[in-house]
Design a binder for this molecule. Structure first.
Ligand SMILES: [Zn+2]
Length: 378
């Protein structure tokens, strides 16, 4: 029989374990899902939340299930670090005070704490007591890279569920199967989405995303002959295109908010608005990271071509351009350029304006690859 855990792709052992837990009726109160990026932890957390929140233990058909699946159930809360270096103490305080409130619609509340590796010592200490003795109707699901990367005091209070690394070929297969994309496009999507299978499936299902990806590749190909103004204009266009899916996201948020107004108190609506704002800002960052991820993969392709390993190229549809560029740019330049996307990711986390970040990225790469003498076509 299909259930919520079917969506936890590539993790058969986790699926079996969580199904057993739900079936036995003995869902614990604090879990740590530990696994690398792209191992479907978030998906698994929402599937478990669905089983906890749904009156029929995750039927997949009722209003509650639907809301959990759309990440809009008021009793399933998702937190991720809002500071550039991790969780803010204010966020931890908010979680602690929220935990003591009664559920709004369900019998339970679920708190999904993403990147528990970034709680920080101070944050973790503030959180410990709540994690140790949560109210009976609260379940915590912490997500972390490994159990070693999360502070031991936190780990010891959780039941650890290990997630396996999903090999690239298998990940591409999963994306193809769930989106209908061919193997090449599945790989490109995974690359653009920083390794996340769930996001890659969404990426493949939206035809506009590949047009966006192609425009990033085209911009990189043209970089040698682009002058400063070209770059400024292109950067703006890319940022705009990267954020196109946000319109739909915003629309969904507003719809849910309108519907919720019928049964929520004013204070709760305010909280929901705040949460929506945060979710939107996280989503914006993710979309911008798609630009840096695509740029990173293109530069990496130059590097593997210079190392005479053409079978490792990811952007196969751009092979000819890549080969030509790899043949005439210096290896030190590629090496320098490949560090640039990481710098930009950091700047985005510090809330530097996205246009400024992408401008800077393109200028730096042009300088690294072709020297400081720009506008060669002049
Ligand atoms: Zn249900």
């Amino acid at each position: 029989m299909p259930d919520a855990f079917d969506r936890v792709l590539g993790q058969p052992q986790v699926r079996t374990f969580l199904r057993r837990v739900v079936k036995s009726g003995r869902v614990g109160q604090s879990y740590l899902f530990a696994g690398p990026v792209g191992s479907n932890k978030t998906q698994a957390a929402y599937a478990l939340a669905q089983c906890i929140i749904c009156p029929n233990h995750g039927c997949g058909k009722c209003e509650a299930c639907r809301k959990v699946m759309h990440h809009s159930h008021p009793d399933v809360k998702f937190y991720s670090p809002e500071g550039a270096n991790g969780y803010l103490i204010a966020q931890i305080r908010e979680i602690i005070s929220d935990v003591s409130l009664a559920p709004i619609q369900a019998t339970h509340k679920v708190y999904i704490i993403d990147e528990a590796d970034k709680l920080g010592v101070q944050g973790a200490n503030a959180f410990l007591k709540t994690l140790e003795e949560p109210p009976k109707d609260v379940v915590f699901i912490l997500l972390g890279r490994t159990s070693d990367s999360v502070l031991p005091t936190i780990v010891s209070r959780c039941q650890v569920v290990p997630f396996r690394h999903i090999p690239t070929d298998e990940a591409a297969g999963i994306v193809s199967q769930n989106s209908g994309a061919d193997a090449l496009h599945a790989r490109l999507a995974i690359q653009a989405c920083g390794g996340s299978i769930t996001h890659a499936i969404e990426f493949c299902r939206d035809p506009g995303r590949f047009t966006f990806r192609d425009s990033v590749i085209q911009m990189l190909r043209n970089l040698e002959h682009s002058d400063d103004l070209d770059i400024l204009i292109t950067a703006r266009k890319l940022v705009q295109d990267a954020q196109a899916p946000l319109d739909l996201f915003r629309e969904q948020q507003n719809k849910e908010l309108e519907q919720s107004k019928a049964y929520l108190a004013r204070e709760q609506i305010k909280q929901m608005e705040l949460r929506n704002k945060r979710a939107l800002s996280k989503r914006t960052t993710e979309e911008l990271h798609q630009i840096t991820s695509i740029v990173r993969s293109w530069l990496r392709d130059l590097m593997v071509l210079q190392a005479q390993s053409p079978d490792l190229v990811i952007n196969r549809d751009a092979m000819q351009d890549l080969s030509e560029i790899a043949a005439h740019v210096p290896a030190e330049g590629v090496l320098a350029a490949i560090g640039e996307p990481d710098k930009v990711d950091k700047a985005i986390a510090y809330n530097v304006s996205p246009e400024t970040c992408i401008d800077a990225l393109l200028f730096e790469i042009r300088k690294d690859l072709y020297g400081s003498n720009n506008a060669r076509n002049a």
